[in-house]
Design a protein around this ligand. Structure first.
Ligand code: HAM
Length: 436
């Protein structure tokens, strides 16, 4: 029976007391992306398995070990998306979006599914905010995307994130690099895990992100891709760096970043923190100039990124980033007796129509229990309606924080609640001015 009240391993609930943080972070990221010209796209949670095999790559850990794949009742192989890029690319091709004005810029909020070993910051269902640009191969586009990520983190108050940058070149550079890797790893053949031994022939670069400790150790001294990239890719990388320099955006070149997904070409990047333990990559992305053609679309370049919302919230907590105050109930209108309860119900409705969070009793509680509930909700104001109030058309409205009371006519209640809200806002602005 315990199973019924226990969520599956590696999943997390977002509780009412925390959901405002999610809404804040997601809303702000989407809003900044809008200023950079991105529009939201929503795609299905599951796709044909083949899409991920082709795009993410069938020798990656994600495809080989981590996908939630099943046969549906029509005997089709279906996979819950392990990431957002493949589905976005599929949707852009299928819906003819790439025949319209380019570059096409899309943003998204998606849940992703990977059967990984759960640990702090690593879940089996997690959430990403991401964005993709299709149609531009200019280094300006890479720098623009990276700058946007930087601005999102800055606006959210995330500090001490390191931008790590690398270039993994084009298919020609890759062929040279693969040759060098094969020679290097062949000398360690006996020590590699079974999966990596298979990878050695097909895709030796994937050995570099194997999670087995032995392979990981061997990979540390492997040849670095930056030493094998061609002149064109090198110039492209210089172009990206020059634009980040022009923005004064700090970065470090980390020649060991290859990313765990096969579709990348040229620029790859990660935003990394040391503040949340081993899973410190909060955002990852890069260019993928062959992906759209690989899945049957036009021969157009692309670039994008995704940040993990769970990791982002973790790093915000760790570095003391501020969240806006949790919204509070503006007024609780308590009541004694049926007639007063009906009046309270009507007044609350009017207040809600004016955009205020207002509450009244729906539990048939006594007045003491009603006030206890109002207190627990953290209501800013409260009043109690009884026969006298109904007769006079006025109520004593109490400020729950200061204890002050004011007699207010029912007709003036909306104005009174409005003034009280303004006073709270002014107070909090003054406080942030004194203690910024
Ligand atoms: P990724 O590096 O696999 O890239 O994931 C992006 C981010 O998702 C990570 O940096 C991390 O914050 C979060 N993440 C990944 N796996 C987990 C997990 N098991 N638990 C919690 N968070 C996780 C991609 O997914 C690419 N599609 C990014 C991209 C977009 N590249 C180009 N466009």
């Amino acid at each position: 029976m315990a199973l019924l009240t226990q969520a599956p391993k590696g999943t997390q609930d977002v509780l009412p007391r925390d959901s405002y943080k999610w809404q804040y972070v997601e809303g702000l990221a989407m809003e900044i992306a809008r200023l950079y010209g991105f529009q939201e796209m929503r795609v299905p949670t599951f796709e044909h398995t083949e899409l991920f095999n082709r795009s993410v790559g069938d020798t990656t850990d994600v495809v080989q070990k981590e996908m939630y794949t099943f046969l549906d009742k029509g005997n089709r192989s279906i996979t819950l998306r392990p990431e957002g890029t493949a589905g976005m690319a599929r949707a852009a091709v299928q819906n003819g979006l790439l025949n319209e004005a380019l570059p096409l810029k899309v943003s998204y909020l998606v849940s992703c599914f990977r059967y990984e070993k759960p640990q702090a910051g690593r879940l089996r269902e997690f959430h990403q905010f991401g964005a993709e640009v299709y149609g531009s191969d200019s280094p300006a586009c890479d720098a623009e995307v990276i700058a946007m990520v930087g601005e999102i983190f800055d606006t959210l108050g995330v500090r001490d994130l390191r931008l790590e940058l690398n270039s993994i070149g084009c298919p020609e550079c890759r062929a040279r690099y693969h040759k060098a890797l094969k020679e290097y790893f062949a000398a360690h053949m006996d020590e590699l895990c079974d999966t990596c031994r298979e990878r050695l022939e097909k895709n030796p670069m994937r050995i570099l992100d194997c999670k087995s400790p032995v392979c990981h150790k061997i990979a540390k001294d492997a040849p670095k891709v930056l030493d094998y990239i061609c002149e064109g890719c090198s110039a492209h990388f210089e172009g990206v760096k020059a634009r980040l320099d022009a923005l004064g955006m700090p970065y470090v070149v980390n020649p060991t970043i290859v990313r765990g997904l096969d579709y990348y070409t040229k620029t790859v990047f990660e935003f990394v923190t040391d503040q949340i333990g081993a899973q410190g990559t909060v955002c990852g992305g890069g260019r993928y100039d062959g992906l759209l053609a690989e899945i049957g679309g036009p021969k157009l370049p692309g670039i994008g990124f995704a940040m993990g919302i769970e990791r982002l919230l973790k790093v915000m907590d760790a570095c003391g980033a501020e969240f806006p105050e949790q919204p509070a109930c503006a007024i609780y209108i308590g009541s004694i007796g049926e007639a007063a309860s009906v009046k309270a119900f009507a007044l609350v409705n009017e207040l809600r129509e004016e955009g205020f969070w207002a509450e009244c009793d729906t539990m048939g509680r006594g007045v003491k229990a009603q006030m206890k509930y109002a207190d627990k909700l953290g209501c800013r104001l409260s009043c109690i309606l009884g026969d006298n109030e109904l007769e006079s058309g006025r109520a004593n409205v109490k400020n729950m924080r200061t204890g002050e009371t004011h007699e207010v006519a029912f007709d003036d209640l909306i104005d009174f609640v409005y003034d009280a809200q303004v006073a709270v806002l002014t107070e909090s602005i003054r406080e942030t001015e004194i203690n910024p």
